[in-house]
Write a protein that binds this ligand. Structure first.
Ligand SMILES: [Zn+2]
Ligand SMILES: [Zn+2]
Ligand SMILES: [Zn+2]
Ligand SMILES: [Zn+2]
Length: 580
């Protein structure tokens, strides 16, 4: 094993070094700019390929699967990332954030006769975990939400910052009075849309910027009063890309009756089919980015191979960065808000710098390695569920000098005596946590949404699996029997348990959601929140790039759209000629 790896290292040429991924056994290239980054932060090059590294990080996140269980401190019922069956100490948010403990109570001495990673794993299992991953103290009235910061009055909102009165939405920054959106930024009064930037009253639309009162539109910029349009810029009063006078438009829209669920359902199919007749840009993004590759890259420069990256500079292999700015980060899966020099880390953000091989460290964190849940920590190494502490190793505090000495010793020992993971991979210093350290079964983690695996595949790679299904409720009404318009709905709907027409799961309408739908004159949703979320995600590409040709000029390009998909894909220059 060791010999083979040294041989791989010798294969360095001007384009980079070819390695074999420990996990998938495929070749991958470590590029010269990767090496410069590793040298800069003094870490060895990775032994997993970029995709296996990303999947491993995603498996440590559970943003969307919540369960009810009781707090192990106060006994109160709380929503939780962990099912009742999971044998962990779980505290509700008020108990976890309380000042009566900080994690040093669980501190242990380093045992040089055992692998350091093994000792971190034990510590993770022994310390109390927060039921949810929100920045609890910065939110108001957001108990039924997860991965949230600086927000108020949100319900079933996930991975979001600075939101106000939002329902059933994900990956947001500054979204207000909206519901059922993914990737909503600086927008207001929007519904069932994916990829919004500075939009107002945008409904059932994809990838629109600076639009007002648009319905079923795709890739429109600076448009007003449009229905079913695609690739338009600065347009108004258009229906399926045909321009009307203001009066004609208003008459036609009135005839369409956008208040009716039946109409909306019909228009959705019509619009999605119409969009497919027009060219798609090879990637999603705009001209405010410079020298970037990946998908959903906005206002970024010199950033490569990333997915959902906002305001990135000199970044690579990053995902789900929703809040600017982010600088010099590699292998970083969420979420930004002033992050610098982050490597192989996930859910790290809000004034964070030099955080490596870590998960859930925020806000105001610095110089952390191998940390799992570290709040406002500085200079910690191998700590778990620790709050506001510095110079800690395995949750035990040291003087700065003692800390540095012991840390160097441990790093050396990690190199000499690597941890061998469940699936027989070698973890010496410089890798993220092994899969079996994740507290989430693979199929309940974020990895499953973007990289689905079978139970057998997941178990073989050392991941956990959960076969249990969420118990179903007795329903009182079928969604097919819901009224066609919101005018016919009164508050008694809040007492009904609705059966989803798609998956037959039960769901309810909440008061704020009903108030918003009445304000927007939109009908009740006929699918449960889970089905709506799944359908919305299917309107996005996945974090994977393919080699393919431009459908117009034949130029080779890298695109999240593989060549067997039905969309017409144009390279940047063909797209610019056609659309602008
Ligand atoms: Zn791999
Ligand atoms: Zn509690
Ligand atoms: Zn459903
Ligand atoms: Zn082309």
């Amino acid at each position: 094993m060791t010999n083979m790896e040294y041989k791989e290292e010798n294969r360095i040429d001007s384009t980079g070094s070819l390695r074999v991924c420990q996990n998938c056994k495929h070749d991958f290239t470590i590029e010269p700019d990767d090496f410069s980054f590793y040298e800069k932060i003094k870490v060895p090059p990775p032994t997993f390929c970029p995709e296996c590294r990303m999947i491993r990080r995603f498996s440590f996140q559970n943003t969307w699967n919540l369960y009810w269980r009781n707090c192990d401190k106060c006994g109160k019922k709380t929503l939780s990332l962990y099912s009742k069956e999971k044998k962990l100490t779980i505290y509700c948010q008020p108990c976890w954030w309380a000042d009566d403990w900080d994690g040093t109570e669980y501190g242990i001495d380093y045992d040089p006769n055992r692998s350091f990673l093994e000792q971190i794993k034990d510590l993770i299992k022994r310390t109390p975990h927060s039921a949810l991953t929100s920045e609890y103290l910065s939110n108001k009235n957001c108990e039924y939400a997860n991965a949230l910061a600086w927000s108020k009055d949100c319900f079933m909102v996930f991975w979001a910052d600075f939101c106000d009165t939002v329902y059933y939405s994900t990956l947001l920054n500054t979204l207000k009075h909206s519901s059922d959106c993914i990737r909503g930024f600086y927008s207001e009064l929007c519904y069932e849309s994916v990829g919004l930037g500075r939009c107002y009253q945008t409904f059932f639309s994809d990838e629109c910027d600076d639009c007002i009162n648009v319905w079923f539109c795709r890739n429109c910029y600076n448009c007003q009063n449009c229905v079913g349009c695609v690739n338009l810029s600065g347009a108004s009063n258009c229906i399926f890309n045909i321009k009307y006078s203001k009066d004609e438009y208003e008459k036609k829209v009135k005839e369409l009756n956008l208040k009716s669920w039946k109409t909306l359902n019909y228009l959705k199919d019509q619009a999605f089919a119409f969009w497919l007749t027009k060219p798609f840009r090879a990637y999603h993004g705009h001209s405010l980015s410079y020298n970037v590759t990946g998908d959903y890259i906005f206002t970024s420069k010199n950033s490569k191979e990333s997915y959902v990256l906002n305001g990135g500079e000199d970044c690579k292999y990053c995902q789900f960065v929703t809040v600017v700015p982010v600088k010099d980060c590699f292998d970083y899966s969420g979420w930004g808000n002033n992050a610098e020099l982050i490597y192989e880390a996930t859910v790290v953000g809000e004034n964070s710098s030099k955080v490596f091989f870590s998960c859930e460290c925020w806000p105001d964190v610095m110089d952390l390695q191998y940390c799992y849940w570290n709040i406002s920590g500085k200079n910690n190494f191998g700590c778990a569920n620790l709050k506001r502490k510095k110079n800690c190793i395995l949750n035990k505090e040291y003087t700065k000098e003692e800390f540095e000495r012991l840390k160097s010793k441990i790093v050396e020992e990690m190199r000499l005596n690597p941890y061998i993971s469940k699936s027989s991979h070698k973890y010496s210093y410089g890798e993220f946590f092994p899969p079996e350290f994740s507290m989430f079964p693979y199929n309940k983690s974020n990895a499953m949404r973007f990289f689905p695996k079978t139970k057998e595949e997941a178990l073989a790679e050392g991941y956990d699996w959960d076969d249990s299904e969420i118990s179903s409720y007795r329903t009182s009404i079928k969604s097919f029997d819901l009224p066609d318009t919101i005018e016919q709905v009164n508050e008694s709907i809040l007492n009904e348990i609705i059966e989803c027409s798609n998956c037959s799961r039960a769901y309810k309408i909440v008061k704020g959601e009903l108030d918003l739908l009445k304000k927007l004159e939109l009908p009740l949703p006929h699918d449960c929140p889970k089905c709506r979320e799944n359908k919305r995600f299917s309107r996005m590409t996945m974090p994977k790039l393919y080699d393919r040709k431009c459908d117009k000029c034949g130029k080779e390009l890298r695109s999240p759209y593989s060549s067997d998909r039905s969309e017409i894909i144009y390279c940047e220059s063909c797209y610019q000629k056609e659309v602008y």
